[in-house]
Write a protein that binds this ligand. Sequence first.
Ligand SMILES: *Cc1c(COP(=O)(O)O)cnc(C)c1O
Length: 363
Amino acid sequence: MQGELKIQETTQRKPKPDTANLSFGVYMTDHMFTMDYKKGEGWHDAKIVPYGPIPMDPAAKVFHYGQTIFEGMKAYMGEDGDIRLFRPEKNFERFNRSCRRMSIPEIDESFVLQALKELIKLDRSWVPSAPGTSLYIRPFAIATENHLGANPSLSYKMMIILSPVGAYYAEGLNPVRIHVETRDVRAVAGGVGEAKTAGNYAASMQAQENAYGAGYSQVLWLDGVHRKYVEEVGSMNVFFRIGDRIVTPSLSGSILNGITRDSSIQMLRDFGFEVEERPVTIDELSAFAEDGTLLEAFGTGTAAVVSPIGEIGWNGKTFKIGGGETGEWTRRLYDELTALQRGDIEDRFGWTEVICSAETTQG
Ligand SMILES: *Cc1c(COP(=O)(O)O)cnc(C)c1O
């Protein structure tokens, strides 16, 4: 449907940033992937071109009705110098699930994954290798029809941009304080919480800013109906160790189905730990914190991989988890999952794929 992938290489490579100060999402690589959709024609004009701005009409529907979705994934370079992707087919499956929810036409997953591999090969010299660093990959789709009618756009643009990102934890795993949000909600079942769509993030910024202002670094979201079931932490899935088992909220329709969540569940079970997916209330967490059985808590997501939680603030009370230190199981999961993603340990799950071998990465 989209025909052949065309590649137009830049004649002017940009200088690389200092890998010690990459931060997150600041620098973009030399190239990007773009593909267009028109009703009747389907997806077409797939190409890799030099990175740069795109012309947009002010009446484009994405600006008015938020018909847009995105993904977030990473490429890693480990000790062996190979560049690997981590379960990328899962991201493109989810891309299409998000598309369906937002009335955006689906993409050909294997064609776009192949195009992504070509894009990374072309920009392979941008993949950082220092511990904790990676190449962040941002596929997205936007409604481009110039028409103010609130109905599905007749045209779309799908793009992939790449950004080298720094270590999330510059000074080692650092437990964060999180604030239980009791006024705003992130999502409700039947809404768009399961889709990676822009509005979810815009709608969460107010609570996030309030939490920052009160000295917390993330929001713990409760469900939108009962306001008692724990759903996510910031834009991460959330896990709790209660005694000798791990619990994580079951996918309720308003929780984003994280690939790091799924990988963590499988890896923790492989360690021999018991993992339960079930509804978790904030009241039970508070009670478990009080009786000393809430031993560890952490968030999971592509950006941080695993983010330990040291303290929860709820309705004016605070409770510390594991004395505010990173828990033993949390650290083990972080260490093994990040080592596996980088190819530093054997991949017993078959989750990684080498897309550029070390001999070809010096380009
Ligand atoms: C992307 C995202 C996650 C994490 O998903 P991963 O696939 O693990 O990166 C969790 N919650 C929200 C709201 C997200 O947008």
